[in-house]
Design a protein. Sequence first.
Length: 491
Amino acid sequence: MFFRTQNSFRFAQNSVMSFIRKSPTDGRSVSVKKIAAIRSLAVALLGGVLLAPTATLAQTTAVWTPRIGGPQVRSSPAMTYDSFREVSVLFGGSVSSTGYTNETWEWNGVTWSLRQPTSGSPSARNRAALSYDSIRRETVMFGGGSPAYTDETWVWNGSAWSARAPFPSNPKPQARANPAMAFDAARRNTVLFGGLLGGNLPADDTWIWNGGSWSRRFIAGPSARSGHQMAYDSRREVVVLFGGDQISPSTLPNNETWEWNGTAWSQSIITGPSPSPRSRHIMTYDTARSLVILQGGRVGMSAQLSDETWEYDGVAGTWTQRLGQSPGLRSDHAAAYDTRKNATFTFGGTSDTGLSGEIWGLGEPCVPPTVVAQDFAQTLCPGNTATLTVTVAGSEPLSYQWRKAGVPIPMAENGTASSAALVLPRITDFDGGLYDCIITNGCSSTVSSPARLSPRSPADIAGSGADGQQPDGIVDGNDFIAFINAYAAGC
């Protein structure tokens, strides 16, 4: 009864949270009062049964784990999470020392998809800013360079890009690269700060995008900088900014932490240690643990690469370094927090070995697939249906590709070649042989042990066929014995 009640509570709570996430106002943060209301609704649905918070909301320690697949190597792409469509959107980047791309990719937490926009796409560029407007359900991009800087504003709706060009009389940010941008859900607008202007001059301006036009806020705030990062803390309804370069003329990174409350900037007073001065790192907000995540970046005057992971607790005003496996030394990578999988995903960047095409996830560990049970041999009469199965443990979702003698079975010819059970109807001698299955998930793949399928023909099955079980074309005493056995078996 306890387990049934526990699962019911999770279902009720997840249903309400899913409703909030997909509602037109899903970008608004969920306050403590709202969380209490959600829990109260779950209680009402269950007739007053409420489990302790640790029974339903407990989080395991977040760890970095590598994932497989991905776009071509690149640095300085832009990335954000579309919470309505539940995919991370990646745009552009540098694919070589002089080459740029305008590809649009989407990552669902397991696989990448190259999107072909139904309308014109932004030009190839790197170092643009990207954020997701959860009120209007669109991804907003500003700026970037290829190498000339741009002042373009573009919007991606999941199928098409559209340029948003305010009237000439309307203000807009000056062309720039490496600005930082975040969606302020409490105020329903996108916040842009700083960036690198022409002539290697950093900017210190704050701009607001309301979905149709830009407006500048003439207020005091962080010093001019570029390569800083921002993330929206939905628990406290503030935008958090960290680091950045002051370039005049050398690289002078800082390690300041600032917060924007929709009206003013304020510098946070940090208790205890803090990440060292850096720029071109990644930052996301982990809504499951109410922490800002920071990884990597260029540190110090020499712009050395960092592999550090830090977490910022805005309530306590503290930064904490997390040890253990990490994506490694890198900068100019992109990242987004996937609220469906409760994980931060980072892609690409510049590593100590050059451009990177790696993707890493920080959240629940990705468990590689492991075969825990399978069929090893089957002997059946011709005309019967053979079914070979594998039972696999590992992080979902899992994909399957069955093979015969190491050759993939076309799924168009046998749709079950992509499932945990391979079904071969009305087998013949031709179906005899060795079968295995490649099982893949987001972090790894494995191959099952070979399973032999042996059709029990009533004659001519013994001899020196391809695998010792195929007909040799000669009927002899061995075939007579095989015939008797097959007849006794009902073939």
